[in-house]
Write a protein that binds this ligand. Structure first.
Ligand code: DGY
Length: 328
């Protein structure tokens, strides 16, 4: 009997062809949480889920899915999934690492440059009709902050953090880094988080969101950042205390911020961050290029296909669910 796999939002049909031969695929439109989009019977009959980072795969939902055999997310981050609860049930969870590394690092650097050199502010200035003949150019017009030669502090030295470090080398930046694991990375001077915040002209966040990293950059830590620093976050909004960040920008302690991610998405238009002229915001598009998104979907589908065949997922965040290979 074919098993039932739910895909929470439409994905390119051509990338799902092979999977459709392996199982019954039900594609939802993403307008409702899974618990509301599916009937109790459909939830109970579901063997696999391919989801996005906007889908909460939480414990109450999992309780309604007694026959679930895998979850495959089209994302590298899995903070929307109750991974521990799934691990307890020996259910593998797949993600899509690797393929979005360069794309996300490019986005982080774009935000860093845009925030430092006031790109979004300048764009608004012209469109709003404020660029007039009497203010055409002057030595102190629209001054920004030097990127080249500055010190970049990278929080989180995984693949994306390292890719950002490589880009910074091209800008002749001094790169220092901190990661909770204490990992050493060539070309990056490992320092404590305290030292990183104290010394960095630019801080870029590249950690996963977990209980230990939630509000890691809180008011106390932000207060220790170098005066005039720029904060860039393309990881998860929950890692930075947004009210504290807004207050540090308003007081002039921080120069600017470049944000791709927010504690709640979409961010409320009433957020104080959006009122600050030197905050550059984009709507969680760090990995949003055609090629990268296609690769992410392909990996998520491969993870699902492997699970359906009873094989280990190529990219599994809880590989402990697979019985260890028998000792020789
Ligand atoms: C992810 O995959 O977790 C990223 O946030 C997508 O951009």
């Amino acid at each position: 009997m074919l098993r039932n796999v739910v895909i929470t939002q439409p994905l390119p049909a051509d990338r799902l062809q092979a999977l459709s031969k392996q199982c019954n695929v039900q594609v939802l439109d993403g307008s409702l949480p899974l618990s509301e989009a599916l009937s109790r019977d459909e939830l109970s009959a579901c063997h696999g889920v391919i989801c996005l980072l906007t889908d909460a795969i939480d414990s109450p939902l999992l309780e309604a899915m007694p026959n679930l055999q895998f979850v495959s997310s089209v994302s590298v981050g899995v903070d929307h999934i109750a991974v521990e609860a799934l691990t307890r049930r020996s259910i593998p969870v797949g993600n899509t690492p690797g393929v979005l590394v360069d794309t996300t690092a490019d986005a982080a650097f774009a935000l860093l440059l845009a925030a430092a050199r006031r790109v979004a502010e300048g764009d608004r200035y012209i469109r709003d009709g404020q660029w007039r003949p009497e203010s055409r150019w002057s030595p102190d017009f629209f001054l920004g902050k030097d990127v080249s030669g500055g010190t970049l502090g990278i929080i989180g030295l995984g693949a994306i953090g390292q890719a950002v470090a490589r880009r910074a080398a091209g800008f002749n930046m001094k790169v220092i880094g901190w990661t909770p694991s204490g990992r050493e990375v060539p070309g990056v001077d490992s320092v404590s988080l305290e030292e990183l915040l104290l010394r960095s002209d630019f801080v870029s966040v590249h950690l996963a969101l977990a209980p230990q990293t939630h509000n890691l950059l809180d008011a106390e830590k932000i207060a220790t950042m170098k005066p005039g620093a720029v904060l860039v976050n393309t990881a998860r909004g929950g890692i930075v205390d947004e009210s504290a960040l807004a207050a540090a920008l308003d007081s002039g302690h921080l120069y600017a911020a470049g944000l791709d991610v927010f504690e709640r998405e979409p961010v409320a238009t009433s957020s104080p961050l959006l009122r600050h002229p030197r905050v550059v915001v984009v709507p969680h598009i760090g990995s949003a290029t055609t090629l990268t998104r296609a690769k992410m979907v392909d990996i998520a589908v491969q993870n699902a296909a492997s699970a359906l065949l009873g094989q280990p997922m190529p990219h599994c965040v809880n590989p402990e669910v697979y019985p260890a290979a028998a000792p020789h």
